[in-house]
Write a new protein. Structure first.
Lengths: 249, 330
């Protein structure tokens, strides 16, 4: 069921029709007082994520017959397959061959995308709280959030939701204890060392610090999602007037 | 052009087919019929391709008119269907004549009934599928549940018609012909939705203590009111959180049983988030997905662990049954 692999990879059955590939596994050796086995933990690193993107790219360029869907994440790739035609072990054997070739996979040149954000006020109802927790001014928090070029680690949760990292240390804090039932589309949130923009009005537990007028996911555009895995993103502070101008379709 | 007029939409009625697979890298989950077995069967009864789009009704059905008539079949749960006031049989095709009204009420069995129509329902495809993804407002009819006054286009019969030969063939073709196809009693019995859901271990099973796993395997859980196409929330014995600490978000499988901090499990369903950060103690087997689609709030369920080979054998068996000539007989 579980096997250790080459290149710091590990396979794990996820369901009867899916297999997880983890990269750069770090085995946590702390004892957990009899409560369960020692968890096998991965760690978020850019290198692990690049390997995820390489394997994803290879599987997109040279699809494996019977593979139906791919779900990349920080340091893992979930592969859904036709369980009638294929067994986990068979897929695993094919993937091992793919993994041996990861070094030769060239990732596309990252695109650089700027996302205007109107910070604070009703658009960023949690900004004041974030500043209070950290003892910094709103101007400083905005400056920090806009100071970094983020990497799109993957898209997940809902269509077009990009997980961006890493957030400057001073802004790192846990998600809200009670998630909101409805976060407006375009809301810019932070959670842990990640940040992201909600493409749709959905429930959400990230702390909201602003809002972008850009549509993150458009069914009527060829790209569909404004951001793709591996893109580089910068947030640019924007006035309310400019926000209104950009928002009009 | 034949159409369906929505006189009353019911509680939650959406256009669904078998979903859009392959867009995980964009964060798009497959969506599709919550009880795919029923949709596929309904389409087969009509001679449609089994993935044609139909209407998925939830708990309380709607009222529909067919100005130019239509050939229909109902599959899944019994929502008390009547045509012009007369009861309609499930699991067999029937004709609605011009201007006749088909009415549904509250469920008498499970959660969902599929209204399938010969020729299927035509909507603009979004990423290769007619399925509605309610949360993101994509796909289906205008990306949303049906409303009073909506008009849906019925596809052309024969377009994707399955070639059925032998005892299942119709004597004559054409949109108006009603074949006396019917689901065999054996099939109906075998496809009966289950309340004991079979599961395989989840990717974080080992994170949970033996005591936690015992609670999960031995307890009865109740389906919560807030359950929907994204997730089926369960209420019952609290499953102690693993001591391993926070996990990193990863891709999640359909039917994954995740355990958030509160210890009340959630089964990820057809409109699931594509990635998630809660540990998963188990995963419902593929052969039982259609049973998830028929769970109603307050239903009581249990879990039964099976091994990988059993899960696969059960799926093969189900697919064999769905593909067999014995599925439907005249």
């Amino acid at each position: 069921m579980e096997t250790s692999g080459s290149l710091g990879t590990r396979f794990q059955y996820s369901s009867d029709q899916s297999l997880l590939v983890y990269f750069d596994e770090q085995v946590e050796q702390k004892k957990t007082g009899g409560a369960g086995a020692l968890p096998l933990q991965s760690r978020i690193t850019l290198r692990a994520n690049e390997n995820v993107r390489r394997l994803l790219r290879l599987l997109e360029l040279e699809p494996v017959p019977g593979v139906r869907n791919l779900h990349p994440a920080y340091c893992s790739l979930l592969i859904k397959f036709d369980a009638i035609g294929m067994r986990h072990q068979e897929l695993e054997a094919i993937l091992r061959k793919y993994l041996e070739r990861l070094e030769e996979v060239r990732l596309p040149e990252p695109r650089h995308v700027e996302i205007p954000v109107c910070y604070g006020g009703e658009f960023g109802p949690d900004l004041a709280g974030v500043c209070a927790r950290r003892g910094i001014t709103q101007a400083r928090a905005i400056e920090l959030h806009a100071s970094v070029e983020y990497v799109v680690y993957f898209l997940g949760f809902v269509p077009g939701f990009a997980y961006l990292g890493e957030l400057p240390e001073e802004l790192v804090m846990p998600r809200l204890a009670a998630p909101r039932k409805r976060v407006p589309a375009g809301s810019v949130g932070i959670a842990g060392n990640q940040t992201g923009v909600y493409p749709f009005a959905t429930p959400g537990g990230w702390r909201l610090i602003g809002r972008s007028p850009l549509k993150m996911f458009r069914a009527d555009s060829d790209r569909l999602s404004l951001l793709s895995i591996g893109d580089r993103v910068r947030f640019t502070p924007t006035s309310r007037e400019r926000f209104a101008a950009l928002e009009s379709p | 052009m034949r159409v369906i007029e929505v006189l009353e939409p019911g509680l939650l009625t959406t256009v669904q087919d078998l979903g859009r697979e392959g867009y995980g890298p964009l964060g798009v989950s497959p969506s599709g019929a919550a009880d795919a077995v029923s949709l596929r069967t309904g389409n087969r009864l009509l001679g449609n391709a089994e993935g044609e789009a139909g209407l998925e009704m939830t708990l309380l059905g709607g009222t529909f008119a067919f100005p130019e008539g239509a050939v229909l079949a109902l599959a899944g749960s019994d929502l008390g269907p009547t045509l012009e006031g007369k009861p309609v049989e499930m699991w067999t095709p029937f004709e609605a004549k011009s201007k006749q009204v088909l009415r549904f009420g509250p469920t008498r069995s499970g959660a969902r009934c599929y209204l399938c129509v010969r020729g299927g329902i035509e909507v603009q495809f979004f990423l290769d599928s007619a399925s509605t993804h309610i949360l993101s407002g994509l796909g289906g009819h205008k990306g949303r549940a049906l409303k009073k006054g909506d008009v849906l286009t019925i596809g052309l019969a024969n377009r994707n018609e399955q070639k059925i030969t032998g005892k299942n063939a119709c004597s004559t073709g054409g949109a108006g012909t009603v074949c006396k196809r019917r689901l065999s009693a054996r099939t109906l019995k075998e496809l009966q939705p289950r309340k004991v859901l079979r599961v395989t271990p989840g990717p974080q099973s080992d994170w949970f203590s033996e005591a936690a796993k015992k609670i999960f395997q031995e307890s009865t859980y109740r389906v919560a009111e807030e359950s929907n196409r994204m997730g089926i929330r369960l209420q019952g014995a609290t499953i102690p959180a693993p001591a391993g600490g926070e996990m990193i978000s990863e891709g999640v499988s359909l039917g994954a049983v995740q355990v958030p901090e509160g210890g009340q499990p959630i089964i990820l369903f057809v409109e699931q988030q594509t990635t998630g950060g809660y540990p998963k103690i188990a995963n419902v087997i593929s052969a039982d997905f259609h049973s998830l689609g028929q769970l109603r709030p307050r239903d009581e369920i249990r879990f039964e662990q099976v091994d990988w080979d059993t899960a696969r054998a059960l799926l093969r068996e189900q697919e064999k049954l769905l593909a067999s000539g014995d599925l439907i007989w005249e």
